[in-house]
Design a protein around this ligand. Structure first.
Ligand code: TYD
Ligand code: MG
Length: 455
């Protein structure tokens, strides 16, 4: 006999409690713990049925790593940026979670991908729990996709959805969104952790057994995490976030986990009046268009996933009368800026202590690579000395606390991308070799300071 148990579950991280509390000890969130009822077997029910009858497990068969049978090949969606973010196409039987803020364009992106696949002959099931089919049809019309043979449905009951999928056996399933689904086998309300976890589990099981590709759309909470379904992140094969910068039209699809490809791969899109346009050369977005070189700007040759991207880093260093001068960073880590300023002070004697320092990554890009240190330092020195850096040079390298410049990965790709975009030189770690463009080696921060002063 199953018994009803009452548990309190944090809706943010899924931690389970025996009683209610105002704050979750696991994730530190307030007011996220909610009473959920779940079916639970009596203790020990896995080993033996409570009716006294022994229910033994079946013996499972082992196989080898080489295995038998053929792999089904990946297939491409035809949307190059989407394929790239997915790690080079879709793997049959995989489940992908796509998270993002409301209105960022998740439904639009998946509709475009679905239409592309359908036109290429794949069978697609697009199931929306958020919008009526008429609304989706209207959007498809606006996007010029109305004639694509996508199977569209508006449904939220998991039982109906699974029954339909099992009889239709589509190649690709899109569930928009996982939070709107509910399973009638559970007493918990839709959108709760229990429901989201159970629904995701069933859908992923269907994907694995049928070989279909399963896209699950997930909402994001205010702190940028997918609500509740952080639990789902562990269950799916790939987690991707669709992001935009406030007030900007470009969108980044960023893979944060991928069992079948490189994580941290990005796809770049631009939201236009007629849907999402692929941006195949993202560097154009992140380089400023100003004609004359100005002080405080340095071009960073970065790498996002496997793709080199050039980004402009801008700094403004201005005298301050405040006891604690201001430090503000957009698009980079503020702790990293503090470290860099301390190293510039300690190793090169540059005093930023009486200056306000502002650092901005152009185009709304967010950089997490340590290789950006040297470019940020170049922008800072350029602004402090009021010397404009040459417009056709890129900068990259990691700065150690000793002031030494450490080598970074994918040097060749960075230099080639810089050459492709018409740059003629690079200030890079001294280990960097490459014949694509001229390389000025920087062994320590002092080399950077000297280089900046000589401009
Ligand atoms: P949507 O895909 O509904 O977002 P999500 O599913 O992530 O909540 O996107 C809605 C937004 O996109 C809305 O603000 C309008 C905008 N949009 C365009 O700018 N152009 C278009 O062609 C479409 C379809 C939407
Ligand atoms: Mg939507």
């Amino acid at each position: 006999m199953a018994r009803q148990s009452e548990t309190y579950i944090c809706q943010s991280c899924g931690a389970v409690y025996g009683k209610w509390a105002g704050r979750c000890e696991e994730c530190g969130e307030w007011n996220t713990i909610v009473l959920e009822q779940s079916e639970a077997g009596p203790p020990g029910s896995l080993a033996a049925g409570s009716s006294g009858k022994q229910t033994r497990g079946k013996k499972i068969e082992f196989t080898t790593l080489a295995g038998g049978g053929e792999f089904e090949p990946r297939f491409l969606t035809g949307n190059a940026e989407f394929d790239r973010a997915c790690g080079g196409g879709l793997v049959p039987g995989s489940a992908l979670l796509i998270g993002g803020d409301p209105g960022v364009g998740k439904s639009t992106l998946l509709l475009q991908v679905a239409a592309g696949l359908a036109r290429a002959g794949q069978s697609i099931a697009y199931i929306s729990g958020e919008e009526a089919t008429a609304q989706i049809r209207l959007r498809a019309q606006r996007l010029g996709l109305a004639e694509a043979p996508v199977n569209l449905a508006s449904a939220t009951a998991l039982r109906d959805i699974l029954a339909t999928l099992k009889s239709e056996r589509p190649d690709v399933v899109i569930i928009d969104s996982i939070q709107t689904l509910w399973s009638d086998a559970l007493p918990a309300a839709p959108g709760t952790v229990t429901q989201v976890r159970a629904c995701a589990q069933e859908l992923i099981r269907f994907a694995k057994s049928s070989g279909a590709v399963m896209f699950l759309v997930g909402h994001v909470t205010k702190d940028g995490q997918i609500a509740g379904p952080r639990v789902v992140e562990h269950m799916v094969d790939a987690v991707m976030y669709f992001e935009s910068e406030q007030g900007r039209s470009f969108r980044l699809l960023r893979a944060v986990k991928n069992r079948f490809g490189a994580a941290h791969e990005i796809g770049v899109f631009e939201m236009t009046g007629s849907g999402l346009r692929e941006v195949s050369n993202p560097s154009e977005l992140f380089l400023s268009e100003s004609g004359e070189p100005v002080s405080g700007a340095a071009v960073f040759a970065g790498v996002e996933g496997t793709r080199p991207v050039l980004v402009e880093i801008q700094a403004l260093v201005s005298p301050s009368s405040l006891a604690a001068p201001r430090r503000a960073v957009v698009g980079w880590d503020s702790a990293r800026l503090s470290m860099l300023l301390a190293v510039l002070d300690a190793r090169c004697g540059l005093d930023f202590g009486r200056h306000d320092v502002f650092l901005n990554v152009a185009g709304g890009m967010r950089i997490s690579e340590p290789a950006a240190d040297l470019a940020a330092a170049a922008a800072l020195c350029s602004s402090l000395f009021d010397r404009a850096l040459p417009k056709d040079w890129v900068v990259f390298g990691e700065v150690a606390l000793s002031g030494a410049i450490r080598p970074v990965n994918q040097t060749d790709a960075r230099l080639k991308e810089a050459k492709k975009l018409g740059f003629s030189g690079a200030l890079a770690p001294s280990a960097a070799q490459g014949d694509a463009i001229k390389v000025a080696p920087a062994a320590t921060l002092a080399d950077l300071v000297g280089w900046t002063r000589s401009q």
